[in-house]
Write a new protein. Structure first.
Length: 148
């Protein structure tokens, strides 16, 4: 790598980290790849390719994983309906939210809400968050499921 391309690569990595940090902070806001790319001074295609290369998944997939992780915490609390949780984490469609939740967690949001309360009863929230974390793309699933 030449020093110019090496410097560009480091610059791209810094921009990608800022995009990821923004997704982590603003997951409940309406975010799309075009707006994220524009703010990072990259094309949407370049952002998507480089983000996938750096983090192993697309920006959209990363955003949805963050939303599902937060939804899991809200569902474990048990005081919000699945629909309220869907909109609280920034999803605009209950159908898309439920489909993605089921893909990542292995059960529907309503089943998770019912089962998670029993499975994590008496557990500190920091431990519950760790043991119920969704499996992200290309990570191995544990043989016994997620809630034990």
């Amino acid at each position: 790598m030449t020093s110019k391309s090496s410097a560009q690569h480091l610059n791209d990595l810094a921009r990608l980290r800022r995009v990821r940090d923004r997704i982590d902070r603003e997951y409940a806001q309406p975010l799309d790849v075009e707006a994220l790319a524009r703010d990072a001074h990259m094309s949407a295609g370049h952002l998507s390719r480089e983000f996938r290369r750096a983090y192993g998944e697309s920006p959209y997939s990363y955003l949805m994983t963050r939303r599902i992780e937060r939804a899991m915490a809200l569902l474990r609390r048990g005081d919000l309906s699945v629909t309220e949780v869907c909109f609280a984490v920034g999803s605009a469609s209950l159908g898309t939210f439920s489909t993605r939740f089921t893909e990542l967690v292995g059960m529907s949001p309503s089943a998770y809400r019912r089962d998670a309360a029993r499975a994590t009863a008496g557990m500190p929230s920091c431990v519950a968050k760790q043991v119920t974390r969704p499996v992200r793309n290309r990570e191995a699933r544990s043989p016994g499921g997620h809630l034990g």
